[in-house]
Design a protein around this ligand. Structure first.
Ligand SMILES: Nc1ncnc2c1ncn2[C@@H]1O[C@H](COP(=O)(O)OP(=O)(O)OP(=O)(O)O)[C@@H](O)[C@H]1O
Length: 726
């Protein structure tokens, strides 16, 4: 057959050949995994059956994830050898595949050798002549598109055309985020691939790819950092709707073991009552807090207050510790009590564990007191005996009698009360006292076992009354009556850490998305779960909700910020220049110091739709929703929280249209966004301008503002290029 003349056809055929070989190997790997699994299943005696099958299952899932768009790129070196590799051309894809002789047929996108694919630009070609993108439909190569990076003229084997980024950005939204591994941009890739193991803060305006970076970073870190692989990765997002939206990205990158959660769910899970005999956990929250409550309870000063409550219940000055033994009241002296307290506190253990240290020291002190008293008593007996017997060696006589009668002497040859003195075994006494219910009760009065709910209840009551702490029993009773909300969870978690030590489940790397939403108390709870402080924190302070008011990352993160590497993303991939221009006035007011991002796409003008006097808002919104849905893609109707519920039921089901309360719209995106009554959003709650800014920056293409305020402008339907109503 003659060679096709069209380079795109010819190159596609050549790439198809390579891609076929890749899928053949992928199929062979999958078949091998299945055979291994079958082998394991045939051996019921194998003790490690379950973990082995689980491992195979994970590998099979990763292979299955690699199936879709397995190979998406190729790099060709300028001098015939790809940097870092012995080959002139390297194919880049979702997983690494080697040929029969160990030669790389496909390089995993995370590998160092793949870095130039993402990092090279015409200004800095990284030794590459050409970057090629491959588009696949199933297993068929449908498109090849080349960028020449070294300034050389395109040759016969080059297919220069539009890159796939434009196609990816222009694609209709489905309501689920996709991975962008094929089109990750250089500034994003530099963060994803950063070797920095500490805290990285990624900031940037709406749509600059912060979430994209966070998720690809999670996949990278899992593959490349041992600690992350060993201890797992946690990704935190602001709400369930958001988690749904991003839920497919990591599995499509072959990562199924990442824990995705919200700060609330994470702490509620930790607070779930353990199996019987486990450690005491805070109760689950019963209600959702108001914004004001969230802000108040998020204040970092609660940490000190909770610690003070706990400390105040550790054998405070003035508390008495006494027990009655054989009718004798034995009390610890204040100095002894203070010393036991100081030693237990210096142990650095959490309260309920330090209580064991304290209890042991109390038992020691009581045992010493009992022993001292016994010695005094026995010595007095000796004296009395001597007086009564006029100094005769009664002891010796008794010993001789006892020996004659066959009674044994102790190891020191002693009988009678001398043996009793020698037999005073402080250790046995201490053990007996340690387990004595009376001593236990006395220790409990001085250093009570506490529950997280009790401590938080006490801190709240104390703060409300401004007085000294109440007693533990009263706090427990109050804990039972209290209605905990999600905003109390970080306090309960803090208290649990003070009482029982750090949480059991921690992670090797934690990714926090929409990080501007976390309160200082939530940050403390997150940090407890990341002892290595290996974190990727992404967010935009200009989009912060009302629970947090930090203007800088230093304010938001406290000491953590001092060791953070801060990176700024500057290109807006989501929305159009028209939409960003519409929101620019607001951005200027909310975050005047922030670097404005640059949109790379243009789109239709923003539309503002007024309400003619007798038109109900719902009718107008419905008409707009239907109109936008007909234009195609996903339509989001964003309204103030209090209006969204009614609006949703009044609109009913319109295909392709979602009604989202503004508080839940952070991080989401739509092809078209209809922002309902911007003025209401702005005044509905504290920080309303930031809510409005978030709402306006959700669409990829079309923005419509519907509100009574626009009616004043006349026809109610017109294009607007300047700021939103002010
Ligand atoms: N390199 C890329 N290739 C293709 N699409 C991209 C790329 N980077 C970002 N996008 C797309 O741009 C959109 C915005 O990205 P993303 O949600 O990560 O931005 P964000 O900065 O987190 O936004 P926000 O602050 O509003 O939450 C998404 O649809 C994402 O898929």
């Amino acid at each position: 057959m003659p060679e096709p003349q069209d380079p795109s056809v010819r190159e596609r055929a050549a790439e198809q050949h390579h891609v076929d070989a890749l899928y053949t190997r992928l199929d062979a790997d999958a078949a091998r995994l299945r055979a291994e699994a079958a082998q394991i299943l045939r051996d019921p005696a194998d003790d490690l059956r379950e973990p082995r099958l689980a491992l195979l299952g994970r590998r099979a899932a990763a292979l299955a994830a690699a199936e879709h768009h397995l190979c998406f790129g190729r790099i060709d070196a300028a001098d015939g050898a790809t940097p870092g590799a012995a080959h002139a051309a390297l194919h880049i894809g979702r997983t690494g595949i080697t040929g029969p002789d160990g030669e790389p047929l496909l390089v995993d996108w995370r590998a160092d050798a793949a870095r130039p694919f993402y990092a090279a630009t015409p200004a800095s070609p990284e030794g590459l002549r050409r970057r090629r993108h491959l588009t696949l439909d199933g297993r068929t190569v449908t498109r090849v598109s080349d960028e020449i990076l070294d300034g050389s003229a395109p040759g016969a084997g080059d297919v220069v055309g539009d890159g796939p980024l434009a196609a990816a950005l222009g694609a209709r939204r489905t309501g689920r985020m996709r991975d962008v591994v094929a089109t990750l941009q250089a500034e994003q890739d530099a963060i994803v691939r950063s070797p920095h193991r500490g805290v990285t803060v990624v900031e940037g305006g709406p749509g600059t790819g912060k979430t994209v970076v966070a998720l690809h970073r999670a996949a990278y870190v899992l593959a490349m950092f041992d600690s992350a692989r060993a201890d797992g990765v946690l990704v935190l997002g602001p709400g369930d709707r958001f988690l749904d939206y991003i839920g497919q990205v990591l599995p499509s990158l072959g990562e199924n073991d990442v824990v995705l959660s919200t700060p609330t769910a994470l702490l509620a899970d930790a607070a779930a009552p353990p199996a019987r005999g486990g450690r005491q956990r805070p109760p689950r929250p019963a209600a959702v807090a108001s914004d004001r409550q969230r802000r108040r309870l998020g204040d970092a000063r609660w940490a000190a207050r909770l610690a003070a409550v706990v400390r105040a219940s550790q054998a405070p000055d003035g508390v008495a510790l006494a027990v009655t033994i054989d009718g004798d009241r034995i009390a610890l002296r204040p100095a002894e009590l203070a010393e036991a307290r100081a030693t237990a506190q210096a142990s650095g253990l959490a309260h309920n564990k330090a209580r064991e240290v304290f209890g042991g020291l109390v038992a020691d002190a009581l045992a010493a007191e009992v022993e001292a008293r016994a010695r005094v008593f026995l010595a007095r007996m000796d004296e009395d005996m001597e007086v009564l017997t006029g100094g005769a060696d009664i002891e010796g006589a008794v010993a001789a009698d006892l020996a004659r009668l066959g009674f044994a002497a102790d190891a020191g040859g002693r009988y009678g009360h001398r043996a009793a003195v020698a037999e005073l075994d402080p250790e046995a006494l201490r053990r007996a006292l340690g387990g004595d219910p009376q001593v236990e009760a006395a220790v409990d009065r001085a250093w009570p076992r506490l529950t997280p709910g009790g401590v938080v209840a006490q801190a709240l009551t104390r703060t409300a009354r401004g007085g000294p702490p109440g007693d533990a029993a009263a706090a427990r009773a109050e804990d039972g009556r209290r209605r905990w909300t999600d905003a109390h969870l970080p306090l309960l978690d803090e208290a649990a850490a003070l009482l029982d030590g750090p949480p059991e489940r921690t992670f090797g790397h934690v990714v926090v998305d929409e990080a501007q939403e976390l309160t200082p108390m939530q940050w403390r709870a997150v940090l407890r779960r990341c002892p290595s402080r290996s974190m990727t924190i992404v967010g935009d302070l200009a989009q912060a909700g009302p629970a947090t008011g930090a203007a800088t990352w230093e304010q938001a993160l406290g000491a953590l910020a001092t060791r953070a590497q801060v990176r700024t993303l500057t290109v807006c991939y989501r929305t159009t220049q028209q939409v960003l221009a519409e929101a620019a006035g607001l951005a200027e007011r909310i975050a005047p110091a922030q670097q404005r991002s640059r949109a790379i796409r243009t789109g239709p003008p923003v539309r503002r739709v007024g309400l003619p006097a007798d038109d109900a808002l719902v009718q107008v919104v419905r008409a707009e929703a239907v109109r936008e849905a007909a234009l195609g893609g996903l339509v989001g109707v964003v309204a103030a929280d209090q209006a969204a519920g009614t609006l949703a039921s009044a609109l009913g089901d319109v295909a392709g249209v979602q009604v989202v309360p503004v508080a839940q719209v952070r991080g989401l995106e739509f092809d078209a966004a209809i922002v309902v009554d911007p003025d209401q959003i702005r005044v509905a709650r504290e920080g309303g301008e930031r809510d409005l800014y978030v709402a306006l920056t959700r669409p990829t293409t079309r923005l419509v503002a519907v509100g009574p305020d626009a009616a004043a402008t006349g026809d109610g339907h017109h294009d607007v290029g300047t700021g939103m109503p002010s």
